[in-house]
Write a protein that binds this ligand. Structure first.
Ligand SMILES: *Cc1c(COP(=O)(O)O)cnc(C)c1O
Length: 362
């Protein structure tokens, strides 16, 4: 496997090598069924065990309280942008949205099609290079929920503490930092995440919803779009994305083998310290694209002295075995996406490459 690169793609993203090897080994004949997982009936006991294990591991590792349900849905985080307001934004009510990047804007756009959605805060004036301060938020105490994006994959910012919203429950798009750190569930009524950054491959979306929100959901919308449908059927209302769920299960087993969430959180912090440290130690060459207190531990964005040097760094890096470093087209520069599965050694080697590149080109 020495031909694998250090893959910093923002999503779909790198997966643990041990997970890929295990999946490969199990492909022709999963546990003596004579079939691959993708050939199993979703009604078989073997597949039911896979999905149940994935759910139990999610609950165990993320320490999800028992008044929440864990669902495996399809349609990506993008479907959740509309499914959440469809279910919860009832007539006569309003929802708050905090806008910290392109994904929050998309979520807001969908909510506005469904009902009344207000912007309770935005950092668009500085091109989303920061998370708004509590004092800058104009929160509606009667909002039905407040929607946030916990980690901004494109801009490279992340909430370090979540907004104080009083009695208003938070809905969070955690697509790019779910299971990367401990969170206090008490603040959240609904959390959703496409799997392809921190949990596995694309094709499955994890939704974690509190029981009282399930009960409050509208039941006059299409059946497949009701959270209650999926809760009542334990995510088997229609055929689940079986192979994606299987890979999520393998990734969660891998997280557990590393020592669980506390170990993952420590590992992510160490990777971030190393990479941001390298940026800050070379201020004439590397310039962080975000404010220090808002820096994401998952997506690190920075600029070089010129666009030509950025292009050179991306191509030299590629030749040296580091892929996926080009910043999003709306931001430019360099973006290092380093989700849970990125090995510390990958960051170690990348920072050596960066120091060398700065020395030669500075
Ligand atoms: C990638 C991403 C999305 C989009 O996810 P899809 O699965 O493509 O719908 C939404 N929100 C955030 C924060 C993301 O990183």
């Amino acid at each position: 496997m020495s031909d694998r690169i250090w893959n910093f793609n923002p999503g779909p993203a790198t997966l643990p090598l041990s997970v890929l090897e295990k999946a490969k080994e199990e492909i022709p004949n999963y546990q003596n069924t004579g079939m691959a997982v993708m050939e199993l009936s979703h009604r078989s006991k073997e597949y039911a065990a896979i999905q149940n294990d994935a759910k139990s591991l999610m609950i165990e590792l993320f320490q999800i309280p028992n008044n929440y349900k864990v669902l495996f849905l399809q349609g990506g985080a993008s479907l959740q942008f509309t499914m959440a307001p469809m279910n919860l934004l009832t007539q006569g009510k309003a929802a708050d949205y905090i806008i910290t990047g392109s994904w929050s804007k998309k979520a807001l756009k969908e909510a506005k099609i469904i009902g009344t959605a207000n912007v309770a805060g935005s950092t668009e004036d500085t091109n989303f290079n920061r998370i708004p301060k509590q004092g800058d938020l104009k929160l509606d105490p009667d909002a039905v929920y407040c929607h946030i994006t916990s980690n901004n994959t494109i801009a490279g910012t992340q909430y370090k503490t979540f907004p104080q919203t009083g009695n208003v429950t938070i809905i969070a798009d955690m697509s790019s930092d779910i299971l990367s750190r401990k969170i206090n569930f008490a603040k959240f009524g609904l959390i959703y995440a496409g799997a392809q950054k921190n949990l596995g491959p694309s094709g499955v979306t994890v939704v974690i919803i509190r029981d009282d929100l399930v009960e409050a959901c509208r039941q006059d919308i299409p059946i497949i779009l009701q959270y209650k449908t999926h809760v009542d059927n334990d995510s088997f209302y229609n055929t689940p994305p079986t192979y994606s769920v299987y890979l999520v299960k393998l990734v969660l087993e891998w997280v557990k083998s590393l020592g669980g969430l506390a170990a993952i959180e420590k590992r992510n912090r160490e990777k971030a310290d190393l990479l941001y440290g390298t940026i800050d130690d070379n201020p004439d060459f590397f310039k962080g694209a975000t404010e220090k207190e808002s820096r994401s531990f998952m997506n690190v964005t920075f600029r070089l002295p010129s666009e030509d040097l950025e292009a050179k760094m991306i191509s030299d890096a590629k030749a040296a075995g580091f892929g996926g470093l080009k910043g999003h087209r709306s931001v430019g520069g360099i973006r290092v996406s380093m989700y849970n599965a990125m090995e510390p050694q990958g960051i170690q080697e990348l920072t050596e490459f960066m120091k060398d590149f700065a020395r030669k080109n500075g």
